[in-house]
Design a protein around this ligand. Structure first.
Ligand SMILES: [Zn+2]
Length: 218
């Protein structure tokens, strides 16, 4: 891991271990495949983030990258982002940065291409958190962001806006058209819990639609 004189090594290691655990948890639950998904934790004015192109359920703490929350404009957006040829942070790093800037109250961001959410949004469906008592309570708002180019400034701005637009309580999860969900939390475990809740809500909605369709076909 990078040697930063301003970084508390214990806090850094704790965050790295939390990301490794969260990646393994997403893999064990079948919520990520191949090298999909990304995770980050804010450490002061830096982000500890998963690398692009790695399986997130087989990471070690040494694989994680520390990047500035705000890259120096003079060095461009790639500053500190593996521009020297090493591993690069997640292709969704712009989304993570925009979310942390917009929501200083949160410390962790999680993203996965939840399969049931992909199917529903391809079919033009949007799940409603009011459908289930636990999502009504724990995930009362699930704003929707239409399809935009992955990793673009436009999608970063749209996700950050969805997480900051009222009414209170602010949303802690965003559903993206054909691109899974982004969730936030005080801890990474809380953000991953919310990914699981979005997945549950989408699977239940899909099953309900299938049951209704088969009933109509009888
Ligand atoms: Zn993605």
């Amino acid at each position: 891991m990078p040697d930063d004189p301003h970084m508390d090594p214990f806090e850094h290691l704790e965050a790295a271990e939390a990301i490794v655990r969260a990646g393994a948890r997403l893999g064990a639950r079948g919520l990520i495949v191949a090298a999909e998904g990304n995770l980050s934790i804010r450490l002061g004015d830096q982000l500890l983030v998963t690398p692009s192109g790695f399986r997130k359920d087989e990471l070690s703490v040494e694989d994680l990258l520390l990047v500035p929350l705000d890259p120096e404009p003079s060095r461009g957006a790639a500053a500190g982002d593996g521009a020297g040829g090493g591993p690069r942070p997640s292709s969704d790093i712009a989304v993570h940065r925009a979310v942390y800037r917009a929501r200083p109250d949160i410390r962790a961001v999680a993203h996965a291409h939840l399969a049931a959410s992909l199917g529903l949004t391809i079919a033009g469906e949007r799940p409603n958190p009011d459908d289930l008592p636990e999502t009504r309570l724990l995930l009362p708002r699930l704003p929707f962001v239409p399809l935009l180019p992955m990793g673009s400034p436009e999608i970063a701005a749209a996700v950050a806006a969805a997480l900051t637009e009222g009414p209170e309580p602010l949303a802690a999860a965003v559903l993206q058209e054909r691109h899974g969900a982004v969730t936030v939390g005080i801890t990474l475990d809380a953000a991953v819990d919310r990914l699981e809740l979005v997945d549950l809500l989408c699977r239940v909605r899909r099953d309900a639609l299938l049951i209704e369709a088969s009933r109509r076909a009888r």
